[in-house]
Design a binder for this molecule. Structure first.
Ligand code: KIV
Ligand code: ZN
Length: 498
């Protein structure tokens, strides 16, 4: 019998902090339900005091899911803790995650304080949270760079104050795997009563060590892994759920396993990627497009003779169905609905009708429609109604001529048209739109990505637009990248033109 590894998913808190990855409450509920089906033990649903949106998401996710514990983040501040407790009132199992920075960098520069004061604040925040909920998790922010002897004193104080889980984050992704493993071992050996609580790892990927550090921490005694789907998260991201789960499932000799239903991994990965507009890198372990692709002749020959010669995981075990039906213009609504269901997306009848209409248009332009296309189509029809939309766009461009664009825009039902030239087709299209909306804007970031490969592929455009000193993020996807650029610009301006 394996030792149980608890999976704490922070896609909706640490993952969602990434600029451009923000989800609305409906989308967060969709992800939370998919995480519940995946079998995660804890869902960190937000940081309630940070915004009314985060507060509301914790409330609604608490109502929507049944089995996982719902966790809310706070600082070591009494008001944060009260607000978190209030947000958790509908949770069947609620946990407050409170804590404070313990490295000398945090103590001296962030808090202008000293070790004794911080230790006391750590103890006090746990004791205060215990007034509201039984399950209190403490985090020692920047534990990765905190000296082990002091860290053990802080952890001793919070364990004595009643913490049920102690989280040891490598906040800056600084540690080496053996160093992080040693840290967990040190706590196991030097904190009285540590065996009665759960030690958690929370590793960031700045040096590409997040999974290795997490595994090292668990092998040395931690039993909760804090992870995100696809490893999303600030900077280089967090530890990815799929890597940790499959590392232990592939190494049975370690005798540690989670409750995750691995066949759901691929669907949840694609769902999160599409909702957050965050592509999965093709060579990403477990869920990347190429994770199970063998291109060299020697490897192909080996796999055909015996799969295990070059594959340590059967793709089907993580939900990658290589024989899945590719959708084409002849596929019916039921096939689209089924594929969406496999990918964890349920649309109502009206949304499905619209998605199917767009599907047929896309299938006319693109011979084969794959999972990423399907998720993109579903995403378009789930997103909120926009006040400003693109009616039409016509662009003339080429070598040796100036680009000219004419656009038609609908603003709350009123129609406007404009025409402009520009330095290239995107510039021409955007300056025609600017003539209509009459706001001073600057495009700060402009990124075009193909979803898959091939000249008929869909291009995704991410754009950051500055207006009045604020930054607004816009996104669109279209087989026509000029149209996608104009739509992404309009998506961004919808956020400030009222
Ligand atoms: O990285 C970190 O230290 C965190 C804590 C708030 C848990 O995200
Ligand atoms: Zn973090």
């Amino acid at each position: 019998m394996s030792d149980r590894l608890f999976i704490f998913d922070t896609t909706l808190r640490d993952g969602e902090q990434v600029p451009g990855c923000q989800l609305n409450t409906v989308e967060k509920i969709e992800v939370a339900k998919a995480l519940e089906e995946l079998g995660v033990d804890v869902i960190e649903a937000g940081f309630p005091v940070s915004s009314p949106g985060d507060f509301n998401s914790v409330v609604e996710i608490s109502k929507a899911v049944t089995w996982p514990t719902i966790c809310a983040l706070t600082r070591a501040v009494e008001n944060d803790i009260r607000v978190a407790a209030d947000a958790l009132k509908y949770a069947k199992r609620g946990r407050i995650h409170t804590g404070i920075g313990t490295s000398d960098y945090h103590i001296k520069y962030k808090f202008n304080s000293n070790r004794d004061e911080i230790l006391e604040r750590a103890r006090a925040c746990v004791a205060y949270a215990k007034r509201y909920v039984e399950d209190v998790q403490f985090y020692a922010e920047d534990a990765g760079r905190t000296d082990n002897e002091y860290l053990a004193r802080v952890i001793q104080a919070v364990v004595d104050a009643g913490a049920t889980v102690v989280n040891i984050p490598d906040t800056t992704g600084y540690c080496m795997p053996w160093e992080f493993g040693e840290k967990i071992k040190y706590l196991m050996e030097n904190v009285n009563g540590i065996h009665k609580v759960t030690i958690a790892t929370h590793c960031h990927n700045d040096l590409g060590m997040a999974t290795a550090n997490t595994v090292a921490g668990i092998v040395n005694g931690a039993r909760q892994a804090e992870v995100t789907i696809n490893g999303i998260g600030e900077r280089a991201g967090n530890t990815s759920l799929e890597e940790v789960v499959m590392a232990f499932r592939s190494h049975k000799e370690l005798g540690i396993d989670s409750n995750i239903n691995a066949t759901k991994i691929y669907g949840v990965s694609r769902l999160v990627s599409s909702l957050m507009n965050m592509p999965v890198q093709p060579n990403k372990a477990i869920v990347g497009r190429n994770a199970f692709a063998h291109s060299s002749g020697i490897h192909q020959d080996g796999v055909l003779k015996k799969r295990e010669s070059y594959e340590i995981i059967d793709p089907k075990d993580v939900g990658v169905d290589e024989n899945s039906i590719v959708l084409t213009a002849r596929s019916g609504r039921a096939a689209l609905k089924h594929r969406l269901h496999v990918l964890g997306v349920e649309l109502d009848k009206e949304q499905l009708d619209k998605a199917y209409e767009s599907f047929l248009k896309l299938a006319d332009r693109k011979k084969e429609i794959n999972d990423d296309d399907v998720l993109m189509l579903a995403g378009q029809h789930r997103s909120a109604k926009r006040r400003i939309t693109l009616d039409f766009l016509q662009v003339t461009s080429g070598v040796g001529i100036q680009s000219v664009a004419s656009v038609g825009i609908d603003i709350a039902g009123e129609k406007f048209e404009a025409c402009s030239s520009g330095n290239g087709p995107v510039d021409a299209a955007l300056s025609a739109i600017k003539q209509i909306i009459r706001r001073t804007t600057t495009v700060k970031e402009f990124l075009i990505q193909a979803i898959n490969k091939g000249s008929n592929d869909i291009g995704k455009v991410h754009m950051t637009v500055e207006h009045d000193g604020n930054h607004y993020y816009g996104f669109s996807a279209n087989t026509d990248i000029i149209a996608a650029s104009a739509e992404a610009y309009i998506d961004a301006i919808n956020k400030f033109v009222k």
